[in-house]
Ligand binder design. Structure first.
Ligand code: NAD
Length: 732
């Protein structure tokens, strides 16, 4: 065996070690399942074996299931993929159940062999589900160690018994954050929640597990649900306390997901229905819901965008061939909100940073931002005080541009003003090495024009971060017409160092993300001007799965920024500027000093502490709602299509060169309906013909901004899908 090796010691304890060859992290493959089964069956059948320890030969226990297994289950069953998935899932249930029962007599529960699970580090997904079937769980005392079931984050739920076992072990309320939010728990939290039993020093991990195996009594091996008189912690649905829990859980899930995530609904159903029946029937119910989720196009799209394609982009699927461009020393010019965030992200990743601003005070303010974030991390035990010192020691804050000498990458994040940027670029380049790459964090100015202030347009590039930098995972890299492959490779290697997700787009007004976000905001604000109820606008967006409605989004990014962008765009486009009633609304709010969250007043009202209270009631006086309100779906079509069409145009015009980037970027960049897998996945789900029909209707009612692009019409006529036509060969 090459994946699970078994070795029995003099005490009769078989240690089964999981070590998938050629991978830094264990994932459960098809061969792995067969070997795990064979190793357990052999140990259970061998009279010389008294008990079993299951562990890993790597630094972590496991990252999860190899998603290829699910794909194989589906294809193997030919024209009945659901059956293939269901049967494959049930086979997994039988295996884990066999481990859990460990050869004991079904009536007396005696004669079983104790099975201890010993994880040296991280255990996620199926790794944790296997652990839950074992009799006792040990975790190494290591700050990196963690346990969780994050399946929900890619549109799945734990379908190898994890959902049923965990809720029966700790109750619905305690299981909710682990199952429904996919939260990874550190060792302490995992033990208090009851996911693991013991935290032990890493070097004694196996010995502790073995000691427990030798001392275990028959009663220690019987799971509560197999013992007589089992009651679910917190109560099953028809128990008075359980009733409250289940009603609360259903409301909470719906409140968080707006009912658009099939996996969250299916998981809740599996928990509820499973709680009403015996354990083995509950596993069958779990398998049926799991199958239904896997057959849902939304899950498929989410797995593709949020797992497979996101990972491919992070690993450099689109990196031009160039030698390693890892950054050793980074210069950041402008220590404001963005510059400070970028400096912090880089220093955390181990990169030396020089942070330059106009005077020492401003530079220090930027460094203080990192201090604040680190203090918070130390308080929450995410960082040790020593790590905090080490990160801060890497950030040198100064007004002296000469300190940029020796930086191999510099990122400019000064005011969004071409003149200020040109001056800062020229000054920085007096001190940077000849071959350093120079990047701008501009959100709106064309890279080609800013590059004129640089020494060499080949070494000039856009690296566009999103705010707040420490939270936002996406980085948009903008390639100017003259930008070299080496500069692109440098930007990609840097993004990889700081563990964010990159997309690479070509230089055009607003690049990709803002190009789509701005029309979304404008459409929402425009509806307000037209007399649509503000709550209808916001709720329509939230019920599509957007984290923020368009009005709240402007409040967050600030209304004066909206005004500035509208004015600058009008100046740049001249007569071609599409007049919109949205501008009048923004100008009016700006005039009233309602600049958004930062001013404690905007489309929403805020209390003295800055907490958002609700839509500002006077909006309805300024823009009275008309008596005939549009249908919810009409509002939703307008909000979703206005940005989706922009994504299609970005592809048509070559700003986007890969639909994977369009989909991943939309979800990570501005929370585009994550259940859809992104705008291109959504169009594929809808069908190009239906999308054209919706847009033709909107164009007739609302104007040419909804006119479907030629590409979409062509695809509708040919019955094509985006992933059929544009899927890159290596990812097919
Ligand atoms: P900010 O006003 O918070 O910070 C700008 C900083 O640059 C200030 O500290 C200022 O003192 C400094 N500065 C100005 N001129 C300088 C000079 N010549 N030399 C050195 N420092 C100088 O602005 P911000 O929000 O951090 O934005 C910075 C850039 O990032 C802008 O181009 C903006 O468009 C872009 N951006 C902003 C966001 C956002 O959400 N705020 C998102 C993406 C990109």
């Amino acid at each position: 065996m090459t994946i699970f090796a078994s070795e029995t010691d003099a005490d009769g304890i078989a240690t089964i070690t999981w070590d998938l060859p050629d991978r830094s992290m264990n994932v459960l493959t098809e061969e792995g399942i067969a070997e795990l089964e064979a190793a357990f069956d052999a140990a259970l059948a061998d009279p010389a074996v008294r008990g079993i320890v299951l562990t890993s030969g790597k630094a972590d226990f496991a990252g999860g299931m190899d998603l290829g297994v699910l794909a194989k289950m589906k294809t193997r069953a030919g024209d009945d993929p659901a059956r293939g998935l269901f049967e494959g899932t049930m086979a997994m249930h039988r295996l884990l159940r066999r481990i859990e029962r460990a050869g004991m007599d079904p009536r007396t529960h005696k004669g079983g062999k104790p099975v201890a699970w010993a994880s040296p580090g991280i255990s996620a997904g199926i790794g944790t589900e296997i652990g839950l079937a074992c009799h006792r769980r040990f975790l190494a005392d290591d700050p990196r160690a963690g346990v969780g079931l994050p399946e929900i984050l890619v549109g799945l739920f734990p379908g190898a018994g994890g959902t049923t076992r965990l809720t029966r072990m700790i109750g619905v309320m305690a299981a909710a954050p682990v199952l429904l939010e996919g939260r990874m728990l550190d060792a302490q939290a995992a033990r208090s929640a009851g996911l693991i039993d013991e935290i032990v020093p890493a070097r004694d991990l196996i010995q502790n597990a073995k000691d427990w195996v030798l001392a275990a009594q028959p009663a220690d091996l019987v799971k509560p649900w197999d013992a007589k008189g089992y009651k679910m912690p917190g109560g099953a649905p028809y128990h008075p306390a359980g009733f409250m829990t289940f009603v609360g859980a259903a409301a909470m899930v719906h409140g968080r997901t707006q009912g658009v995530y099939p996996a969250a609904r299916a998981m809740l159903s599996a928990i509820y229905e499973g709680a009403l029946v015996p354990f083995d029937t509950a596993l069958t119910i779990e398998a049926r819901w799991f199958t239904s989720v896997l057959m849902n196009p939304s899950s498929e799209a989410m797995i593709r965008s949020l797992f497979l394609n996101k990972q491919a982009l992070e690993k450099g699927a689109l990196r031009p061939a160039a030698p390693d461009q890892k950054v050793a020393k980074l210069g950041v010019i402008g220590a404001g909100m963005m510059g400070a965030g970028i400096a912090y992200a880089a220093a955390r990743a181990g990169i030396e940073v020089v942070l330059v601003d106009r005077d020492q005070e401003a530079a220090d303010r930027g460094r203080a931002h990192a201090e604040g974030l680190l203090d918070e991390a130390v308080k929450r035990k995410k960082t040790t005080p020593e790590q905090r010192e080490a990160v801060l020691a890497r950030i040198a804050a100064t007004p002296d541009y000469a300190a940029l000498a020796g930086c191999d990458l510099a990122i400019e994040a000064v005011f969004e003003d071409p003149g200020v940027k040109a001056e800062a670029t020229a000054r920085a380049q007096e001190h940077l090495p000849e071959d350093a790459i120079f990047a701008t964090n501009t959100s709106t100015l064309p890279i080609g024009e800013l590059a004129r202030a640089g020494r060499d347009p080949a070494n000039f590039i856009g690296i566009h971060f999103f705010s707040p930098v420490h939270k936002m995972a996406l980085v948009e890299i903008i390639r100017g017409a003259a930008t070299s492959d080496r500069a692109v490779a440098k930007a990609l290697d840097f993004v990889r160092q700081i563990r964010k997700t990159p997309i690479v787009v070509n230089d055009a007004r607003f690049f990709y993300a803002n190009r789509c976000i701005i029309p979304y905001i404008n459409e929402g604000v425009r509806m307000l001007a037209e007399g649509v109820e503000p709550a209808l606008i916001e709720n329509a967006a939230r019920q599509l799965g957007f984290p923020l409605g368009p009005l709240q989004l402007v409040d967050e990014t600030s209304i004066d920024l909206g005004v500035k962008i509208a004015k600058a765009t009008r100046a740049a486009m001249g007569d071609a500027y599409p007049e919109s009633p949205a501008d009048g609304v923004l100008f009016k709010l700006a005039e009233l000093g309602r600049l958004g969250r930062k001013a404690g007043a905007g489309f929403y009202a805020y209390d003295e502490k800055g907490k958002r209270e609700g839509l500002w009631p006077e909006l309805r006086d300024l823009w009275p709602p008309r008596p005939d309100q549009p249908a919810l779906t009409e509002v939703q079509h307008r909000l979703a299509m206005i940005q989706t069409l922009e994504a299609v145009r970005a592809l048509e015009q070559g700003v986007l060169t890969d639909i994977r980037e369009g989909d991943v970027g939309a979800i990570l960049g501005w929370g585009f309906m994550p259940w859809s897998g992104g705008p291109f996945s959504w169009l594929d789900m809808l069908g190009a013909a239906r999308a054209v029909e919706i847009c033709d209707g909107l164009a007739a009612a609302e104007g040419p901004r909804f006119e479907p692009p030629a590409l979409l019409r062509e695809m509708a006529a040919g019955g094509e899908t985006f992933y059929g036509r544009f899927q890159p060969a290596e990812a097919a």
